[in-house]
Design a protein around this ligand. Structure first.
Ligand SMILES: [Zn+2]
Length: 188
């Protein structure tokens, strides 16, 4: 029997991308957190096959769960490319459970990988905003910044060297005049 998390072990809360589901207490790896549920759609019935929303969860070639119903709190769980939970799909029972694949701390957002089809259809066009992808972008931005700073510093050093050469040359040329001027001011 799977370990089942009590319903008070999570809550809907504000996430970076809107709403999300958050742990309110530690959830051990392997724990069944919540069921993803809704009306079962049969693709052989045209009216049901025509239904389209972001919460469809395909069980197999025939059956799909329409998770857009309000009571399906699991629909608040966001996608992550490096998730702490996964979908435990049971086509024969026509059920999906979300299960922890890591130890989850209180306060952590719960997420699972929505899969490549969803990613291609909804996330790739707008850029995935999951923590893992955000971190990757942050790192890339920092690296680009560091590279720009390096190039700038190099250019500045070069300019400084060139500037020093010119000043030295000018000083050499004007040395006598400068000296005289200074002495003159000192006397006054
Ligand atoms: Zn991602």
């Amino acid at each position: 029997m799977p370990v089942i998390a009590p319903s008070k072990s999570y809550r809907v809360g504000r996430s970076k991308t809107g709403l999300g589901l958050f742990a309110t207490m530690p959830i051990k790896k392997g724990t069944r957190i919540i069921r993803y549920f809704g009306p079962i759609l049969d693709c052989r019935i045209p009216a049901q096959d025509d239904i389209e929303n972001k919460y469809l969860f395909e069980l197999n070639g025939r059956w799909t769960i329409d998770g857009s119903v309000r009571k399906n709190v699991a629909r608040y769980i966001n996608h992550s490319c490096r998730p702490n939970a996964e979908s435990d799909v049971r086509p024969r029972e026509r059920k999906v459970f979300i299960r922890a694949i890591k130890n989850i701390e209180a306060g952590d957002e719960i997420n699972y990988d929505y899969g490549t089809d969803y990613f291609k259809a909804y996330l790739k066009p707008i850029g995935c905003k999951c923590p893992s992808c955000e971190n990757k972008r942050k790192k890339q931005r920092a690296e680009a910044r560091a590279e720009r700073a390096k190039v700038k510093a190099r250019a500045e050093r070069k300019a400084q060297k060139a500037g020093a050469k010119t000043t030295a040359a000018k000083k050499k040329k004007l040395n006598g005049k400068h000296f005289a001027g200074k002495v003159g001011r000192a006397k006054a």
